[in-house]
Design a protein around this ligand. Structure first.
Ligand code: RFL
Ligand code: PHB
Length: 409
């Protein structure tokens, strides 16, 4: 097989990249090691930045998101039993955050790719990357477990295969620098069949640990609890989860957390991670393959979408004018924004979680930080600007041009 851009991974990064390339007339093939049902059914992120929403809308894959998504103007920080609202929309001159589940984004993108003749090969196995510093890099894989080996020869390979995929380790370790922080806690996440308990997201800091109230639809709510990194989901009965959520989100007024049947629960660990560079020869990493953030800042999916915008723009420039300048600067351009999102995610995580090793002094500093960010307009503006999403370094008219290409496609 031969294509212009071989894409490994059908997560948000790989699917959106393929969609953006298609709009520019560039061919790609995606290979994915899970089935379509699995990728469309995995519960992960929920919060989209304004840039991600704009990208989906402009490129014609945002129709269902605009119909079924929830558009929030602010968030609530809750500590010492009191609620403090951060008005994101006012502080960022108009930006909102949108709650629309990652697996719905995946469904919309798979649907769009398949309707326009895109090729996604699901259920592949034994994927490896070869000849990355030649003009004909290849991806080798089996179409299914124990099937014959196949090869895709391409001009470029996009490694969009998440944190555990084979792309990042294909960059020689001698030139790959990795930065990592592992947190001593994780998040226990639940989905519950209940009506919303609040109109906006609530990030709660409590002496027993962090709790987050989010939503998915008028009927399904998403909630999280900070737990020990090595905790086991079997230790958490539904009753224990609700008791802990009630305690950690309690206020001094008459606010009530509405319970419902828990339909899904699991624990995820938390880390911050960056790989530098994000490119090597003809290989470009995007999304979780290159960087991980703890979910407190809601940045992972959004960073993946920003990377592939920068990559699609650079590849578009190369195929129309043979100019490789943007491709050469890809890693540098992405990493500037990635590090700011890493900083913000670390900041939100540090401010909102219970740190088991904190001294009383450090605990007071943490309370002062929350007091400051909820009482100073400058501090709240900084939080809002980062939460709603920093600008993406693409040529100014890039999104407009994509909009025109979408209308003509
Ligand atoms: P993905 O989504 O991991 O997709 C990678 C795809 O590659 C496939 N793959 C392979 N394919 C072929 N061959 C191989 N050898 C392969 N190995 C792997 C995988 O099957 C998969 O389909 O990476 P991508 O596209 O970079 O997207 C990143 C996001 O998924 C991730 O950052 C977010 O989910 C993070 N995240 C959040 N991000 C947000 O922007 N907003 C949020 O509100 C938010 N909340 C969250 C989150 C992540 C969470 N968890 C589960 C860690 C909440 C949670 C609890
Ligand atoms: C979610 O709804 O899954 C969600 C929302 C905000 C976050 C993380 C996850 O910071």
């Amino acid at each position: 097989m031969r294509t212009q851009v071989g894409i490994i991974g059908a997560g948000p990064a790989g699917l959106m990249l393929s969609h953006l390339l298609h709009l520019q007339g560039i061919e790609s093939i995606i290979i994915e090691n899970r089935t379509r049902e699995e990728i469309e059914g995995t519960i992960r992120a929920g919060l989209l930045e304004q840039c991600t929403v704009d990208l989906m809308k402009t490129t014609g894959v945002g129709e269902r998101m605009m119909r079924e998504g929830h558009f929030h103007e602010g968030i609530e920080l809750r500590f010492n039993g009191e609620s403090h609202r951060i008005n994101i929309q006012e502080l960022t001159r108009g930006k909102k955050v949108t709650v629309y589940a990652q697996h719905e984004v995946i469904k919309d993108l798979v649907d769009a790719r398949l309707k326009t003749g895109g090729e996604i090969i699901f259920n592949v196995d034994d994927v490896s990357l070869h000849d990355l510093d030649t003009s004909a890099p290849t991806i080798r894989f089996r179409k299914e477990k124990d099937g014959d080996f196949q090869e895709i020869t391409c001009d470029y390979i996009a490694g969009c295969d998440g944190f555990h995929g084979p792309s990042r380790p294909s960059i020689p370790s001698t030139i790959r620098k990795e930065y990592q922080k592992i947190y001593p806690f994780g998040w226990l996440g639940i989905l519950t069949e209940a009506p919303p308990s609040a109109p906006e997201l609530i990030y709660g800091n409590h002496e027993r640990g962090f709790a987050l109230l989010s939503t998915r639809s008028p009927e399904i709510q998403r909630l999280y609890l900070q737990v020990d990194r090595n905790d086991n989901i079997d230790n958490w009965s539904d009753d224990r989860i609700w008791e802990e959520l009630h305690t950690r989100l309690a206020t001094h007024d008459d606010w009530k957390l509405i319970e419902g049947p828990i339909i899904q629960k699991n624990i995820v660990s938390m880390r911050s991670f960056v790989c530098d560079p994000m490119q090597h020869g003809k290989l470009f990493l995007a999304g979780d393959a290159a960087h991980i953030v703890p979910p407190t800042g809601a940045k992972g999916l959004n960073l993946a979408m920003a990377d592939v915008q920068i990559l699609a723009c650079a590849l578009g420039t190369f195929y129309t004018s043979n100019n490789t300048e943007l491709l050469e600067r890809y890693s540098e351009t992405c990493l500037r924004r990635v590090w700011k999102a890493e900083r913000f995610s670390w900041y939100m995580t540090s401010m909102l979680h219970r740190h088991y090793d904190h001294t009383p002094f450090e605990h007071q500093i943490q309370l002062a930080e929350m007091d400051y960010v909820t009482s100073s307009r400058s501090a709240a503006t900084s939080l809002a600007e980062n939460y709603a999403g920093l600008p993406i370094e693409c040529p100014e008219d890039w999104l407009e041009k994509l909009g025109v290409l979408t209308l003509n496609s």
